[in-house]
Structure formats: C-alpha cells, structure tokens
Design a protein around this ligand. Sequence first.
Ligand SMILES: Nc1nc2c(c(=O)[nH]1)N[C@H]1C(S)=C(S)[C@@H](COP(=O)(O)O)O[C@H]1N2
Ligand SMILES: [Mo]
Length: 315
Amino acid sequence: MPNVIIRPDWHLAESRVTPERAYRDRRKFLRELGFAGGGLLAASLAARDAQAAAATKLYPAQRNVAFSPPDLKLSNERVFTTYNNFYEFSTDKEAVVDRVDKFVIAPWPVKIHGLCEKPFTADAQELAAEFGLEERVYRFRCVEAWGAVVPWTGFELRKLLAKVQPKAGAKFVKFVTAARPDQMPGINRLRGYPWPYTEGLRIEEAMHPLTMLVTGVYGKPLPKQNGAPIRVVVPWKYGYKSGKSLVEIELTDQQPKTLWETLSAEEYPFESNVDPAKPHPRWSQATERQVDTGDRIRTLPLNGYGAQVAGLYKK
Ligand SMILES: Nc1nc2c(c(=O)[nH]1)N[C@H]1C(S)=C(S)[C@@H](COP(=O)(O)O)O[C@H]1N2
Ligand SMILES: [Mo]
C-alpha cells in the first residue's frame, strides 16, 4: 500500500455542500451532544460515527402522557418489531427482519421541498436533534385486520412543515421512501410495483398534532425493519399510510398517487381512515387481532382517535 491519502470525490468540505445554516445547526447539534471539534466535522466518516453514537443519547425520550392513554397496554416489543410489512424486503412478515442487513441507514439525507418558502435537506439524525424527541403510545391498525399498541419516539410533522413555510397553494404532502434494489431484495421480486413506495396526506391531516415523524420505537432508535431511520406515523389511518424509511417530503397542489392506490384504488383509497363499518372488499374491518396476544378486539372508528380528528372530516 503506497502511503498516500487519496481523497475520493465526495470528500468536499461540508461547508461547501451544505447550506450555511444547516451546517451551523449541525455543528451546534454535535457540540450539544458532546462531540465538539471542527476537525471532527472535516473528517466526515468520524463525524458519522459520532452522529450514530450521539443518536443513541436521544433515547429513551420522555413520554408525552397527554398523547399516551394510560389504559393502553404496550404490545410485546419482540413480536411487534419482527412482524413487519415492508415489501421492499419481503412480503413474508416474519422474513423482513432477516433481509435488512445490507440496508444502509446512515448517512440519511431527507429532502423537504415543493410548494414552500424554505426548502431544505437534512440528515434524519439532525432532524431528531433539532425538533426534539418524545414518546407517544399509539394504537396501530393494519388494513389486514391486525393491530398493536406501540410506543413511538419522534416529533410532530407540523413542526417540520412550519419550518419550511408551506405556500398557500400547498394542499397535500407527499412522502417518498427509499427504493434501492441492491439493498432491498424484495424490490426485484415485485418488479411490476410502482416503486418507490409513496404515500400522501391532505395538508390538514399532515398538520394535525397526532401525525408524527418517527425515529424510534420502544425507547430505542428504529430498527431497520420498522422503517429506520425515519418514517411517518398516522395513527387514525390504516398502517400503509405510515410510510417507512422516508427520503423525501414534498408539498404539492396535486393529490399524490400512492403505491397502493395505483395497484388497487378500490381496496386502498387515498384517505383510508380506519373504519370498522366499512369492510375491505375481501374481508371485514369490524375487529382486529392483536399481534402479540392473538386477542381479537373490536376496531374503533378512526382507530379510537375520533375525538381528536373527526373535525377533519366534517362535511
Ligand atoms: N416503505 C414502506 N412503508 C410501509 C410499508 C412498506 O411495505 N414499505 N408497509 C406499510 C404497512 S402495510 C404497514 S401495516 C406498516 C407496518 O409497519 P411496521 O412493520 O413498523 O409495523 O408500514 C407501512 N409502511
Ligand atoms: Mo398494513
């Protein structure tokens, strides 16, 4: 090995590739978490390690009791985190966890753009540090008639939207998730699917305080199979609205075409609020099987969040 350091193309000073403000915020973030030092940032790989280490300091986050009903009993962590719908890896829920090894989740730039005054791009870790994390215990209801009670760690999406300042014409928020055939073996098996997995909300739904960007679960950073490093969670809608491993959030004036709506609009319409009175074309939605105990419980309208969100749907 010749004793020369070859700088790869990507080795640019961070201050040259990152908008100045984002760069300063990141320095502040690392300093606050005890990873001070300009030299560290210049060495981007070291900074990355530091970020990963710093990230774990953000967990567990304090539980927000106002958003965590005391009567909800958490689903078993091992069961919930190994029973996954993540078709980019596998359609077999119990196999997803064994197929995520090659999935690289850091660094992870997320682009927030579209019809807004202040678009920006920031790493998922920086977003977690900037907006602050809290834990909330939410019900989770998959369209396939299973459910769980999950302690998510994250922050309200509306905080991020406020930062980019949506323009008046912004009526919808589109979520785009990672699609990397080399790291996600399920994509090659479902070639006919309109990848990337995309989802969307009306802007009023996205701005609702219940809608979270989630970076952790069960008091730890999100495991890859649950959508690391950042996903959205919309607890009153069927689980597929909660896109995993987000790379882009776009404000738009058009209702986004979602992956599931494109595949089967009658079965998976855009709105998709949990509704026990409205059966899926192929099965009832009146009850749900709890994923860990196997107990069958009655499904609640708007998944039990009617008091908070019914106002969004007044005609
Ligand atoms: N990118 C992506 N996001 C996704 C999915 C997916 O296949 N790919 N599945 C959805 C469905 S159907 C459900 S029920 C939830 C499952 O999330 P969990 O594995 O964390 O329980 O993720 C949703 N988000
Ligand atoms: Mo689902």
